[in-house]
Design a protein around this ligand. Structure first.
Ligand SMILES: C[S@@+](CC[C@H](N)C(=O)[O-])C[C@H]1O[C@@H](n2cnc3c(N)ncnc32)[C@H](O)[C@@H]1O
Length: 324
């Protein structure tokens, strides 16, 4: 991504760097909290699909009051350690990962489960929405095992054609279900967040990992449902109205015809692997497997190898992060 690219000039991307957040997504959770006071009284929380970890950063600061709470973070990908955050690397749709998460909360349930999970989008909207729904249902299933009564579940949702099916499933377990769009979530994205408060499963419900809520038929057009079967949940735009608009970018200020002058963010990327990579470069050890653990983050794995290594070695290039 070039320095003049829109993403690089994204207001929340820069703010995240300036404030030490690992990703711009941190603002989404902070703005959701502003609206719904998600962290009030929360001592234990689960962050599903957590990498690179900006939501975990927020949770570790807000939960239990100055880091005295417990946060368990889970992702397919490894992420750089965070003080006070227990990390599990695994797929949340897998039984083994679910079991590992649940064992941390046996006898002491969680107050809050969040999930910012997103599949690698294919561009085929139906497929992407279906995959996203599966992630949400896997997260919901884990939540039914770890949440205390009255607890809260927040999950990324794609507001696609069949979203009303998800709302109806969520309404089975929570007394209040809302759809919220924080100001920092791009207007151009169908992403929003289901904010489910008051965990209250149906009487006699026994959470069961062997029946992971994933086996619903998607053949019906759920938007055609009416009467009590059609669930329309309130939509809330949240975040201070005077907060930056998510589609706002810094201007290039080229009116005077002068060349664009790049101003670096005040803070360099968190835990940059540059130093270690530079050391390896000096020693002539450029092989990827020799790079430190934190180098295996998203974009590096996806980039063609020479570019990935170049990205890691050039401190002027800041793209070895996930732009969420
Ligand atoms: C938008 S990013 C999350 C950003 C994170 N909330 C933050 O603030 O840093 C989505 C994450 O979902 C993870 N993910 C996708 N599918 C997953 C799965 N099945 N199990 C665990 N993590 C998954 C991806 O690896 C990616 O790190």
């Amino acid at each position: 991504m070039g320095r003049t690219s829109k993403d690089k000039r994204d207001v929340y991307y820069r703010l995240a760097k300036e404030n030490g957040w690992r990703a711009r997504s941190a603002f989404k959770l902070l703005q959701l909290d502003e609206e719904f006071q998600l962290f009030k009284g929360v001592k234990r929380a689960v962050d599903l699909c957590a990498a690179p970890g900006s939501w975990s950063q927020v949770l570790s600061q807000k939960v239990g009051g100055q880091g005295s709470g417990q946060v368990v973070a889970v992702d397919l990908q490894a992420m750089a350690p965070l003080p006070g955050v227990i990390q599990i690397q695994g797929d949340i749709t897998q039984l083994s990962t679910a079991k590992e998460i649940i064992q941390h909360f046996e006898g002491c349930p969680a107050d809050l489960v969040v999930c910012d999970g997103a599949p690698d989008v294919t561009g085929l909207h139906d497929v992407d929405e279906y995959m996203q729904a599966q992630l949400l249902l896997a997260a919901l299933n884990i939540a039914t095992h770890v949440l205390k009564l009255g607890g809260c579940f927040v999950a990324k949702i794609f507001r696609g054609r069949d979203v009303t099916l998800l709302y109806s499933q969520l309404r089975i377990f929570f007394s209040s279900v809302l759809c919220a769009k924080p100001k920092s979530s791009r207007n151009s994205s169908i992403e929003a967040f289901a904010v489910c408060q008051g965990y209250d499963p149906p009487e006699g419900f026994i959470p069961d990992l062997t029946r992971p809520l994933l086996n619903h038929s998607y053949d019906t057009d759920f938007n055609q449902l009416d009467g009590p079967t059609r669930v329309i949940v309130p939509f809330v735009a949240c975040g201070d109205l005077s907060a930056y608009d998510s589609d706002r970018t810094y201007s290039l200020d080229l009116d005077g015809g002068s060349e664009y002058k790049y101003t670096p963010p005040t803070q360099p990327p968190i835990a940059p692997p540059y130093q270690e990579a530079c050391r390896l470069k000096k020693n002539g050890q450029l092989a990827k497997e020799l790079l430190p653990q934190e180098c295996s983050i998203n974009s590096v794995d996806k980039l063609p190898q020479p570019l990935a290594i170049h990205t890691l070695l050039d401190p002027k290039v800041e793209d070895n992060e996930i732009h969420c």
